[in-house]
Design a protein around this ligand. Structure first.
Ligand code: DGY
Length: 320
């Protein structure tokens, strides 16, 4: 019997073609609808490999059900959706997709920063609503990005890629990270700051830290209050790093000027979420890595990791 792979989203045929010959590939048949929990648990019970996406909660219950499971290949660089302790206990390898999405996610982070600073989305919407009546001196005005100070929280691969982009905009780049990065400081002229100092000095703050128990709720009312009232917060990491209730208050009360969010505490963000009532928030549906080339590269990494494990080789991108 061929080893079985279960894929939790409908992927392009191109991405899974190489697997069909040797494996029994089963795939949930919707791209934009999450696999129902009951289906996931039933499928995983028969699977040797699970190919998950960041929206799937791969918790202890999944590892308990997956008695034959050898690998979970997660289609994301983040893996906070996976219970690594349970994976270890059940002796399941977990892999992610580092490296291939760095530049694409940095592009999106910078695009969101520019869109938020210059109100691009709401300005475009005003045209479509027929509200562009004449050139207006102060209407649609935003914040300058060129020459401003950027504070990056989390200086990993994507942080460095954002810093490189910022240098092209003549920005002063501050960063905060668990440990200092002397090489990146020298190469890109970055300046380390303690978190509070970074929040006080930066015009734009971008969150690029992983979501861990330490970073959960790291940006709350106190931290938002430290930011300039002309400050802009951009989050392309994980929603849980920012306290959304505190962010709503800060945006509503003018403690900060605007926010650009690609990630949310709960995804998809519920349509009645208070943040969606504010004009100074730009929202995106978690599309940091969404370029055609990058998504296909991520899928290739996942497919290769699964093949490696099922054929007894050590895969790339092991997170535990
Ligand atoms: C990831 O892959 O973890 C990121 O959220 C990309 O958007």
């Amino acid at each position: 019997m061929k080893p079985r792979i279960f894929i939790t989203r409908k992927l392009t045929e191109e991405a899974v073609a190489s697997l069909h010959e040797k494996y029994d590939v089963r795939m949930w048949d919707e791209e934009s609808v999450a696999v129902p929990r009951a289906v996931l648990l039933k499928e995983v019970a028969e699977a040797d490999a699970l190919w998950s996406v960041l929206a799937d909660s791969i918790n202890r219950e999944v590892f308990e059900a997956g008695t034959k499971l050898k690998i979970v290949a997660n289609m994301a660089v983040g893996y906070n959706n996976i219970d690594l302790e349970a994976a270890k206990e059940y002796d399941v390898i977990v892999t992610n997709t580092p490296g291939v999405l760095t530049e694409t996610t940095a592009d999106l982070a910078f695009a969101l920063l520019l869109a938020t600073a210059r109100k691009l989305i709401s300005a475009e919407n005003e045209i479509r609503k027929g509200n562009w009546t004449s050139w207006a001196p102060m209407r649609f005005t935003g914040m300058d990005v060129g020459g401003a100070t950027l504070g990056i929280i989390g200086m990993g691969r994507i942080g460095e890629a954002v810093a490189r982009r910022a240098k092209g905009f003549d920005m002063q780049v501050l960063y905060h990270n668990r440990n200092r990065k002397p090489d990146a400081e020298a190469e890109y002229g970055l300046e380390f700051r303690e978190l509070d100092t970074l929040l006080k000095e930066a015009d734009f703050v971008i969150i690029l830290a992983p979501f861990t128990p330490k970073t959960a709720g790291m940006i709350g009312a106190r931290e938002l209050d430290l930011m300039k009232n002309t400050g802009v917060l951009i989050n392309v990491a994980r929603g849980g790093i920012v306290d959304e209730a505190a962010l709503y208050d800060a945006l509503k009360n003018g403690a900060i000027w605007a926010a650009g969010l690609d990630v949310f505490e709960k995804e998809p963000i519920p349509l009645d979420h208070p943040l969606l009532t504010l004009p100074n928030v730009t929202v995106l549906p978690h599309i940091g890595s969404a370029s055609i080339k990058t998504r296909l590269a991520m899928m290739n990494l996942n497919a290769q990791a699964i093949t490696d494990v099922l054929e007894g080789r050590k895969p790339k991108g092991i997170v535990q």
